[in-house]
Design a protein around this ligand. Structure first.
Ligand SMILES: Cc1ncc(COP(=O)(O)O)c(C=O)c1O
Length: 476
């Protein structure tokens, strides 16, 4: 159980843990928040965390560990080669995902770099349901390109379809029949589709992609970074799998694909990442790259202490009470926002609550950095830091993003319902004063980096006027 009905009839999500270690946070005055934004080039990623009251920029590496995970740190075997910790982790991967070979690396994008270096060549085309910016960047560095097959339902911010991350199987089938096989080294599936608001993919769709890939003799690659939320959605939204355990669901998914990779900053509640597979030749190819670029294959880019914690984190992930906490808080936020008319991505997805900045700031133009402007405005009126999910999140060469969203990530087990309610309250106030949010421009286009980090300047003094109005409201 992770929701309770109060005496009043209200249903609220409830934390299925108690807290034993705490980290103080502080809310700096609103004028200082405007000054902090100046120093940060108006990009939430550049803010110092000490200036942030509630940090919802990402869940990555920021999920709270369980007591068992923290305790496991002390079991670490730091041997350079053949550490006991590595074999324990490899055995956990085999037990849960059924894959024989495991390679640790330092985070998700390192997995992607190893995989792109191993399999992608100039002119290659990689089908995917939707791109993630780091995988896109790594593919392009090798001279390849992604081809997206997301169904149309995934490209809208509204609607209530439970699996908006699904592939268009017919389109994929046509593409595979028309494209020389040598140009398609793999087919990528993202489980928990980040850039469309953490929307899940259904198990039936994964099985369908897998069947088509097998028919054409192409290997499948599953990005499991966000699988925790996706597992919860399969369990709660897929009638056929309601009675399956989380372990059974993840195993069915893993068995359907050839190679799996994940950011351990998300899956496993630790700081690292990993790649696993059954094919020996593929393993040797990837292992050679890991040895060159990450570290000796039994630690790769990871600290053994983190690997011990990740091993326990995998077991934690098999518990519905653990994996439901993020989605339940996100659903609560989405429901509260909907009541107030605030435009949000629906249905509630994983990873965070995603505000639709295009609709929230429809008084601004498409090129006014609606997402970045909204993220800055939220920080001014709340001290909470979200992240723009639009142009600044894309690789440098891209000049337009499919959506301008603001993600209020819900790192797991980190914040309580009162933190969440506070953020919802301030965003609702901002929505009622949304016409005060102004445009942003590049500070200097030649140094704009994307991949989350940009330097922007506001057009006019709208941030100061917004801060003034907020103070007048007596909420500070
Ligand atoms: C779906 C997905 N894949 C890959 C990554 C990259 O992982 P990392 O941030 O650990 O490099 C992320 C990170 O947000 C992600 O959400």
């Amino acid at each position: 159980m992770s929701k309770v009905r109060l005496y009043s009839g209200e249903i609220i999500p409830i934390e299925m843990h108690r807290v034993s270690t705490v980290h103080p946070i502080r809310l700096i005055p609103v004028e200082d928040r405007v000054a902090a934004l100046d120093e940060a080039g108006n990009c939430s990623y550049n803010l110092k965390s000490e200036d942030v009251f509630i940090d919802m920029v990402t869940d990555s590496g920021f999920n709270a560990m369980s007591d068992a995970q923290a305790g496991a740190f002390h079991l670490a075997d730091f041997a350079y080669a053949g550490s006991t910790t590595y074999y324990k982790m490899a055995a956990k991967i085999k037990e849960i995902l059924g894959k024989e070979y495991f390679l640790p690396v330092h985070q998700g994008r390192a997995c992607e770099q190893m995989l792109a270096r191993s399999f992608v060549r100039k002119g290659d085309l990689i089908p995917t349901n939707f791109h993630f910016c780091t995988f896109l960047a790594q593919t392009r560095l090798q001279g390849g390109e992604l081809v997206e097959f997301l169904q149309d339902k995934g490209l809208t911010t509204g609607g209530e379809d439970g699996f908006k991350g699904d592939y268009d199987i017919e389109k994929l089938e046509r593409f595979l029949s028309e494209t020389p096989k040598e140009r398609i080294p793999l087919i990528r599936i993202e489980a928990g589709t980040n850039l469309i608001g953490g929307q899940p993919i259904s198990m039936d769709n994964i099985l369908a992609v897998s069947a088509v890939a097998k028919k054409h003799g192409i290997r499948t690659l599953l990005d499991m970074s966000l699988v925790m939320d996706n597992l919860h959605f399969i369990k709660t939204r897929d009638e056929k799998r309601r009675d399956m355990s989380v372990r059974e669901i993840i195993r069915e998914m893993a068995d359907a694909v050839d190679i799996i990779y994940f950011s351990g900053r998300k899956l496993g509640f630790a700081r690292g990442g990993g790649i696993c597979m059954n094919d020996h030749d593929d393993y040797i190819t990837v292992r050679n790259n890991v040895s060159c670029f990450e570290g000796f294959p039994t630690f790769g880019g990871m600290s053994s202490a983190e690997m011990e914690a990740m091993c326990v984190g995998f077991d934690d992930t098999m518990d519905e009470d653990v994996i439901s906490q993020g989605p339940d808080f996100i659903e609560y936020m989405v429901d509260e926002f909907k009541k107030h008319g605030v435009p949000v991505v629906t249905p509630a997805g994983g990873l965070g609550c995603h505000l639709d900045a295009d609709r929230f700031c429809d008084h601004l133009g498409k090129k006014d950095f609606r997402g970045a402007a909204l993220a800055a405005a939220i920080y001014i009126v709340s001290g909470a830091r979200g992240m723009e999910r639009g142009l600044s999140s894309e690789p440098p060469e891209d000049s337009i993003a499919p959506f301008e969203l603001v993600r209020l990530a819900v790192p797991r087990r980190v914040y309580t319902l009162s933190h969440i309610r506070y953020v919802v309250d301030r965003v609702c106030w901002l929505y009622d004063h949304r016409e005060m949010i102004g445009a942003m421009r590049w500070e200097d286009e030649s140094v704009s980096a994307h991949m989350f980090i940009d330097f922007l300047r506001p057009v006019g003094d709208w941030r100061e006027r917004l801060a003034e109005e907020y103070k007048k409201a007596g909420l500070e």
